[in-house]
Design a protein around this ligand. Sequence first.
Ligand code: SF4
Length: 341
Amino acid sequence: MSIRITPHILSVIDWTKPLSDPVRRQFIPLKSSFVKDHPKLQLDSLNETGDSPTPGLVHRYRDKALFLAVSVCPVYCRFCTRSYSVGGPTEELSNKRSFSPTRRRWERMFEYIERTPQLSDIVVSGGDSYYVPPEHLSSITERLLSIPHIRRIRIASKGLAVCPSRILTPEDAWTQAIIDISATARRLGKSVALHTHFNHPAEMTWITRLAAQKLYEEGVVVRNQTVLLRGVNDNAETMGLLIRMLADNNIMPYYVYQGDMVSGVEDLRTPLSTILEIERHIRGSIAGFATPNFVVDLPGGGGKRLAASYDTYDRSTGLSTYIIPGKNGGKDRVYEYHDPL
Ligand code: SF4
């Protein structure tokens, strides 16, 4: 990934201990911490390209599709699943498959959604929706809400975690667009939610709390998706604190993801045993509705599965397998997750 970071994130890094800082680790690489990739790591590890009927629309689950509106974000996370597309070119990766925010490309995506009646749920993502201009965000969601079979829209943005002041800026139209879109959806009996991405308690400052409170008062549903990362949040104490802080700020802790098997960030992955152990400590200690699902997004496009639902897990080789029922009555398929070497 290329490097991009916001003033908010710079301000929450502990610059007296930058080498071990959990926020720094997510965004600024150190050559000394690089670890050779596991041979099974891939750039597009979830095979999103293979599940895209038209560029930028990923249709993997029967009911749900991912609408990739842009390929830019306010920060670039080193471990991004979509590093094959997101951000500018780098020395290692000069030919990213970026998705330009053009009406022509969006139109092909809308047409696919309109002629696919089993779809009821769309995630508008990228990149980050913070970089979709408010008028475009409104027009995308209005178009989606006008499709009778679309019942739910999720807008994915790390903005609340990495640039919360924007949400509090009265003249900024992006937040108002989210508030208006949520209200419109409610009137139609549909739902719109904002999905955000906090990974460490240090990311939540007093200004984050004010921004979360504003969204809560305005009736915007906010859910969080955390990625489990070595040296960031890979212990039950840190993860438990993060989950409680999210719940206390009316941000639903929705998912904790096992790190994807994506190229170039082996130093940030943990073995499957870590997520299993963290879940063992957290489940039962926090109210059920505030307990996230601990999941693996299976490499190759198997989709999200509860981490603990593996069929086999050999801790000595680090290989776990998950059996997924075949699509359209087809044969079951076995997907593999590999711990770091
Ligand atoms: S904000 Fe999301 S899409 Fe952007 S780099 Fe981070 S993980 Fe990837």
